[in-house]
Design a protein around this ligand. Structure first.
Ligand code: FSX
Length: 363
């Protein structure tokens, strides 16, 4: 039977050309493509054939897959995800046991050099990697084998990108992120615990369109999605600039929708698109629900000093400047920008992923 391309499959699922164009225009804007490129993107994306995607799950909670597949239904994002040839995925595959492992080996062999490898979860290295094994093989062994034939590797979620919860102090399994293991293939980090589904599918769409990963920042994150902080685009930002802060979750400030900075919001030091794309089809995001950002897409967020502690001592000394500046009605935005730079530089010092130069080295 002739294989349908993406546009034909979307039509079969009742997605009109108009809806597809709308999605592509939004995606083009998120990917920072030139204005008006939505239609070209739709034409190209609509005609791609299905590349093989092999998805390995290591030390994680399955939240990343849940976020991607259950965000709301049916979504264009999830349909695009479906139209990759998903040849191996623990949670989603029908096969099990030896049959599943054979499918993985066959997909790697048949698509060597061309398949996409997605990894969620961190990799335990302590005690020979015994803390997480699949079919009797360590995560490290499976990752090294699968990375050899991959065109690119996508680290899905904060665990795969930065170590996440498994790597939190005292890191009992010796967990490390994907970029500490894979050094000779393009690696993109899509952090978030879990990551925003639109970002995940945006990275996949970029690869389908251009055969390459999008431009990355110094943490190997797609610059177009992680170039700004939550705080930069937060709808509560005017209250921050006016020095209007909720002091508790049930005070008058909270009821008035004032800034959650003093309740521990990590928006000023967290890079992600939650404030613009939001979750569940653009319905809401944590800050809109009345809870501060936890900073889940940044390195070391579990160890960063408490979810409900304001960005001040001892985590980020410059957070103090932000609070003081806001309180004094000074240039709080400038103070936060300084705090951001300091936080980034501290994060870089602690976390040393492959460099962008590494990514440009072809296999
Ligand atoms: Fe980690 Fe993902 Fe958080 Fe969970 O696969 S990023 S614990 S949402 O599941 O890896």
């Amino acid at each position: 039977m002739m294989e349908l391309n993406l546009a034909e499959q979307l039509a079969r699922h009742g997605i009109s050309r108009r809806e597809f164009l709308k999605y592509c225009s939004g995606l083009a804007a998120l990917l920072a493509l030139p204005p008006g490129s939505g239609e070209a993107l739709a034409d190209k994306l609509g005609s791609v054939s299905k590349p093989s995607l092999i998805w390995l799950s290591f030390q994680e909670c399955t939240g990343c897959t849940e976020a991607l597949t259950r965000s709301y239904s049916p979504t264009l994002e999830s349909l695009i995800f479906d139209f990759l040839s998903l040849d191996y995925h623990h949670t989603l595959q029908a096969a099990s046991g030896e049959g599943a492992e054979l499918a993985r080996e066959q997909a790697m062999k048949e698509n060597f050099g061309h398949y996409l490898l997605a990894v969620d979860g961190s990799i335990p290295l302590k005690d020979g990697g015994v803390y997480s094994t699949i079919a009797g093989r360590t995560n490290l062994d499976l990752l090294e084998e699968a990375a050899k034939g991959a065109a690119a590797v996508i680290a899905v979620g904060t665990c795969a990108s930065f170590g996440g919860l498994p790597m939190a102090n005292p890191n009992p399994t010796g967990a490390v992120p994907v970029s500490r293991i894979v050094r000779d293939k393009p690696v993109v980090n899509v952090p978030g615990c879990p990551p925003v589904p639109t970002v995940m599918t945006g990275v996949l769409a970029h690869f389908l369109l251009f055969g390459a990963l999008p431009e990355l920042d110094d943490q190997l994150r797609p610059r177009s999605f992680f170039g700004e902080t939550i705080h930069d685009r937060c709808y509560r930002r005017p209250f921050y600039d006016q020095g209007k802060f909720a002091k508790s979750f049930d005070d008058e400030g909270a009821r008035n929708g004032w800034c959650l900075f003093e309740l521990g919001c990590k928006g000023p030091t967290t890079h992600n698109v939650c404030a613009t794309t939001k979750w569940n089809g653009g319905t809401s995001f944590p800050i809109e629900s009345g809870h501060g950002c936890l900073g889940c897409s940044e390195p070391h967020f579990w160890d960063a000093g408490g979810f409900y502690q304001p960005l001040s001592t001892p985590v980020s000394p410059l957070g103090k400047i932000a609070v003081a500046a806001a309180g004094a009605g000074l240039a709080a935005g400038a103070a936060v920008a300084i705090a951001n730079r300091k936080a980034k530089s501290e994060a870089r010092a602690q976390h040393q992923p492959a460099t962008v130069d590494d990514l440009e080295r072809k296999p």
